[in-house]
Design a binder for this molecule. Sequence first.
Ligand SMILES: [Mn+2]
Length: 391
Amino acid sequence: MKIMHTSDWHLGNIIYGYERLEDESNFLLQLKQAVIEQQPDCMIVSGDVFNICSPSAAVRKLYTDSMLAIQQAAPHMTTIVTAGNHDSPSKLEIDSSLWKHFNLHAVGSIAKTQDGIDTEKHIIAVKDKNAKTIGYVAAAPHFYKRNYPQFFEALSEGIKQINKENLPAVLSAHLAVTGSEVKSNSIHVQDMEFEDVSLLGDAYDYIALGHIHFPQTLQGCNKKIRYSGSPIEVSFNEQYKHGITVADISKDLPPQITTIEIHDNHPLVTLPDKPDSVENVFLYIEQHPELIKDKYIRLSVEVDNYLPPMSKDRANELCNKMHGRFCTFDIHRSENNTASQENKTVTCEEFKKLSPVEVATNYLLQRNAETDPEFASMIKFASEYSPDQEQ
Ligand SMILES: [Mn+2]
């Protein structure tokens, strides 16, 4: 059984005010091309199809049109789409009865019976061109373990019961498992809870995961457990190759895994390689227009205290001129400056001596918020007029 495994599309993602609809559409065209060439028996989308619970009409239309076109590219293919933590479980299922006519199964929420889990909704037979069953997929949407502690166990048992012919079986799930590498320091990652792989059950020949955006096959699992990763960058913290996974799955043999790289027309780049002063960075990018063109830009700058006024406007203007899209500054503080001294941990006694303005300033500094010139002027205003300062 040949499957195509992908996840974390985050359709409708907006990066610093820029919609990525064109880039997402470009990815979906590449996915369609891959389906034409590979003719997989099954395509699995392991969650986070959309970036938010209520994607715009344009994003929904992109999804519907693309999924139909992909389905037509391999009519015998079974497609299984499960909800991630970014998707609305109920909205993903709104059109599920209609989608079934196109061999697409959308599984957003867990089906319950009076005394347990209704596994029928979650176990999908995969058929070949002659409509003969050649394997099974267990479709697990994202859920909170405390709500359904027995779900994975029930799913694994359900597969064992139905799979009398001992055909290849695959699990699709959206969660972080222990032993995986995250390679990102975004706030979402800090909140991640990791589950032990043993939780997922032992009925499977391949486990198609989503949630972690860094593509990887887990160590020591006979190439059975894999994150396909996000096909295009969702944030500036995803500076690695992106793609989709093709896995040939048979009984008793490790899956044969290949990846198809996805080319992003508008990559997210951080420039320059090493942070430098704002003026030097502006000079550098002016001299390298080819690094800016058709890219989303984050500028890595080193500052003593605050970003000079108008830095953001100048960066916008410069990048626009070179057909790039300025997004943000990655601020690094030079050593021995007042800002990093203010950032140090304070003792209780030291804290008592601080004025409210100083507390607010430190708070803003720690959150990099003072780099916004408006914050800087507000701090200045407050420190000039605060009665605490006069004491
Ligand atoms: Mn995701």
